[in-house]
Design a protein around this ligand. Structure first.
Ligand code: IPM
Ligand code: MG
Length: 370
């Protein structure tokens, strides 16, 4: 059996608590001989800053580069609000994405039937929802140069961020999205702001060309990102796959998360290009929720997004789609049984802490695995 090298980066806040539930799963898979994972651990974010005065060390970056997949918790918290900008907790995550060239961020938003009432939208709007947001992750305004704050000397300052996209960056993210659409309901919606942004004009043009050249069989539509956001809360089931840039994808995926009931439910995968020689790709898997410092250490965190992120690792990095299906089914079964962490608690359901939720999911998985 192949050995897979995982780097676990729990990070800050609730990161370590939700990571512990993934570790429980990994240990069981190893013990059963279902898979063989070798795990290492590292610091990232505020916890790395406290230890080494950086958001991630070069040594941890080297471990990440050498791993088959990075499993990432969350970073940040008020404790580090005052640290220098270039070593703030988020810089660790951004460096991982950039240095590992993880340009494709997959954020599925699935509304489990049991949770349709936890959404702030009406049941009929979200029940059965299954959409995939594909966010460009290594370009755009989060990374573009110049990126500065200049003192103009007259009591004013000027801040500049630069939105920049090259053709190849749009082409490769479009291909990832079209390929996913083909495996799903064959519909892709591209979102940009071509009415006000040059990068939106190019984005629209390139996606249209990739479609005409390589993916004519997929239904393509374009929406402006602002009205796309509106449509996402108005009638989200009109979408299958959405492809959009780094900034819009950041915002739209948080919106999509809330459709499903809680930010604690949404997993994500960040993928690099497939290496032609090894056929492997660099990858990182993380829940979309943040470090939630207000509830950290209290056993209140929902581990589902973290566990579902690990399921995405099984699916996208290790070709274990059947096992990933079982993990997803175990999550659905536990929710259907009425177990709920605080973020998704509703009347008539049973309260669970982080550990109880993790244990229940593993127990279901064991049953499913027979
Ligand atoms: C996300 C987060 C990150 C982002 C932060 C933590 C840098 O919001 O993954 O969506 O902005 O990309
Ligand atoms: Mg975000």
């Amino acid at each position: 059996m192949a050995t897979h090298k995982l780097l676990l980066l729990p990070g800050d806040g609730i990161g370590p608590e939700v990571m512990a539930e993934v570790k429980r799963l990994i240990d069981w898979l190893n013990a059963q001989g279902i898979a063989h994972f070798e795990t290492e651990r590292g610091l990232v974010g505020g916890s790395a800053y406290d230890a080494d005065k950086v958001a991630i060390t070069d040594a941890t970056m080297a471990l990440a580069q050498a791993s088959d997949a990075v499993i990432f918790g969350a970073v940040g918290g008020p404790k580090w609000d005052q640290v220098p900008y270039d070593v703030r907790p988020e810089a660790g995550l951004l460096r991982l994405r950039k240095d590992m060239a993880l340009f494709a961020n997959l954020r599925p938003a699935i509304c489990y039937p049991a949770l349709a009432d936890a959404s702030s939208l009406k049941r009929e709007v979200v029940e059965g929802l299954d959409i995939m947001i594909v966010r460009e992750l290594t370009g755009g305004v989060y990374f573009g140069e110049p990126k500065t704050i200049t003192d103009l000397g007259n009591g004013q300052k000027r801040a500049i961020d630069t939105q920049v996209y090259d053709t190849y960056e749009i082409e490769r993210i479009a291909r990832v999205a079209f390929d996913l659409a083909r495996k799903r309901r064959n519909k892709l919606t591209s979102m940009e702001k071509r009415n006000v942004m040059k990068s939106g004009v190019l984005w629209n043009e390139v996606v249209t060309q990739v479609h005409a050249r390589e993916y004519k069989d997929v239904q393509l539509e374009h929406q402006l990102a602002d009205s796309g956001g509106m449509n996402l809360v108005k009638w989200p089931k009109q979408f299958d796959v959405i492809v959009t840039d780094n900034l819009f994808g950041d915002m739209l995926s948080d919106i999509a998360a809330m459709l499903t009931g809680s930010l604690g439910m949404l997993p994500s995968a960040s993928l690099g290009e497939v290496d032609v020689k090894t056929k492997k790709r660099k990858s990182l898997f993380e829940p979309v929720h943040g470090s939630a410092p207000d509830i950290a250490g209290k056993g209140l965190a929902n581990p589902i997004a973290m566990i579902a992120s690990f399921a995405m690792a099984l699916r996208y990095s290790f070709d274990m789609g059947d096992l990933a299906d079982k993990v997803d089914a175990a999550i659905a079964a536990v929710l259907a049984s009425g177990l709920r962490t605080a973020d998704i608690k509703s009347e008539g359901t049973t309260a669970a802490n982080t550990t109880q939720m993790g244990e229940a999911i593993l127990k279901e998985l064991q049953a499913l695995h027979g």
